[in-house]
Design a protein around this ligand. Structure first.
Ligand SMILES: [Zn+2]
Length: 276
């Protein structure tokens, strides 16, 4: 408050001579002067007042040892739009309240929309492995795709190059490359069943198990297995649907023995190579 008072007094003193000149030109001097002084006062107050987010009843002893929080997940999406232009309009409009860090077009062009150190609004209500706000922990990548078309090889090649860059900067473990449907089961279905998860896993992004799979023991609980991977299993049917969309999109709705074997293998992989 003292800072504000001082800043306002100072701004009135130093700004007076300049604004007197403006008045000499008879350009609505008084209104302009008051507006400028108010703006200047606000700016000086913002600079002079120490800013922190925390419990205001604690003592502030600032340390110099910190940096921006970094992402530890990558969430992949498809745009559900037919054109790049349509996707850009949606992701760049202040009215939609949605965005992503990157947008990859069918032809392999890659656009960055949000700084990686900032929180883009792409995942919404979401959960994975105990994290209930994936936007705060992830980098979001949108792929231009209408949801019912195959992903173009050129687009996937560009995506792999981008993922490699991101992993180099953030050291994101291979198990933490996920789809929107994985972190929002029952609410989202992107990227679609046509997304090449197996190809990504071969490049080190995401987990996969190639057959033949070892049969799981009788006691293996599939829901606990899904929870071990990271899925939100409060609604087991939604979690199973999301798992099947990612790992077994061409089979029926229910989890079968092949899915159980795949899941059993993945629970082993996440413990052995998931953090690589
Ligand atoms: Zn999405």
């Amino acid at each position: 408050m003292v800072y504000c008072f001082f800043a306002f007094a100072l701004s009135r003193f130093s700004g007076k001579r300049f604004l007197d000149t403006v008045q000499n030109f008879r350009v609505h001097g008084r209104r302009i002067r008051n507006g400028m002084l108010f703006t200047l006062c606000l700016a000086l107050c913002a600079c002079a007042t120490p800013q922190r987010v925390g419990s205001d009843w604690t003592q502030w002893r600032p340390s110099p040892n910190y940096g921006p929080r970094k992402a530890n997940y990558v969430i992949l999406h498809h745009t559900s739009s037919d054109t790049l232009e349509r996707a850009l309009v949606t992701l760049n409009s202040s009215h939609t309240k949605v965005s992503s860090h990157y947008l990859v077009d069918r032809d392999g062009r890659v656009f960055q929309l949000v700084d990686e150190n900032q929180r883009a609004w792409h995942a919404g209500e979401s959960y994975w492995g105990g994290h209930s706000d994936m936007n705060s922990a992830s980098i979001g990548i949108e792929l231009v795709n209408n949801g019912s078309e195959p992903f173009a090889p050129t687009q996937i090649k560009a995506l792999l190059a981008l993922l490699s860059d991101i992993r180099g900067r953030h050291k994101i473990p291979r198990a933490n490359f996920l789809g929107h449907a994985d972190v929002a089961p029952g609410r989202k279905t992107d990227p679609s069943a046509l997304f090449p998860w197996q190809q990504l896993a071969m490049s080190g992004f995401g987990l996969w198990c190639d057959p033949p799979h070892e049969a799981p023991p009788e006691s293996f609980d599939a829901v606990l297995g899904l929870a071990a991977l990271g899925y939100d299993v409060r609604d087991p049917f939604r979690a199973i649907s999301a798992f099947k969309l990612h790992f077994s999109p061409n089979s029926g709705r229910d989890i079968d023995e092949t899915d159980r074997a795949m899941l059993y293998c993945l629970t082993g992989k996440i413990m052995t190579v998931g953090r690589e």
